[in-house]
Ligand binder design. Structure first.
Ligand code: IMP
Ligand code: MG
Length: 184
């Protein structure tokens, strides 16, 4: 079992599985009628997934423009009450076909906020690609158009995702299952 800085991390999706799925998703995205895409990656969690998916889009012949938005949930304790923009995109989205990329779709608050924001700003079409869909946690009526994997209700880390700022660098998605006494 991989041990990283004193934690046992059980792989849920390997780097190879993710890579294969990213290329399948890119092929699905390329079937959409609008080829002139503006990709907006939601930071921070999606940065590795977005980088890989965007290169997979290149492999299937698409040349998206790329933007980033940093969003943050706020609320009391662990109860999320809303979403705010920490750092906004620079581009005008009026009339654009947007593909939002995020790591996990959970309650749906983050992506619902982002989708509504872009429509308010005049985007002609907004679709959503997520690596993981944690469907059991959904609070909003929102679905992603492209899903990498259906995710069981575990707190996952790696491949851009963190727990307390750690483990974003792992090349796979895993679950922290415990502490290791023999860490190397
Ligand atoms: P939502 O607004 O509840 O859909 O929140 C989704 C966001 O919460 C994701 O973009 C992640 O940043 C974060 N998140 C949700 N579940 C996890 C997890 O298991 N590991 C790491 N981050 C998570
Ligand atoms: Mg996030």
């Amino acid at each position: 079992m991989p041990t990283v800085r004193g934690k046992i991390i059980e792989p849920l999706y390997t780097a190879r599985q993710i890579d294969e799925r990213n290329h399948q998703m890119a092929a699905e995205i390329a079937k959409q009628p609008n080829k002139d895409l503006l990709v907006i990656a939601i930071l921070k969690g999606s940065f590795i997934f977005a980088a890989d998916l965007i290169r997979a889009l290149h492999d299937v012949g698409l040349a998206p423009e790329v933007e980033f938005i940093t969003l943050s949930s706020y609320g009391t304790g662990t109860v999320s009450q809303g979403v705010r923009i920490v750092k906004d995109i620079d581009s005008d989205v009026k009339g654009r076909s947007v593909l939002l990329i995020d790591d996990i779709l959970e309650s749906g608050r983050t992506l619902k906020f982002a989708k509504e924001l872009l429509y308010e700003r005049g985007a002609s079409d907004v679709s959503i690609a997520v690596l993981l869909d944690k469907r059991v946690k959904r609070k909003e009526n929102l679905e992603a158009d492209f899903v990498g994997f259906e995710c069981p209700d575990y707190f996952v880390v790696g491949y851009g995702m963190d727990v307390a700022y750690a483990f974003r660098e792992l090349p796979f998605v895993g679950v922290v299952t415990g502490d290791s006494s023999a860490d190397t």
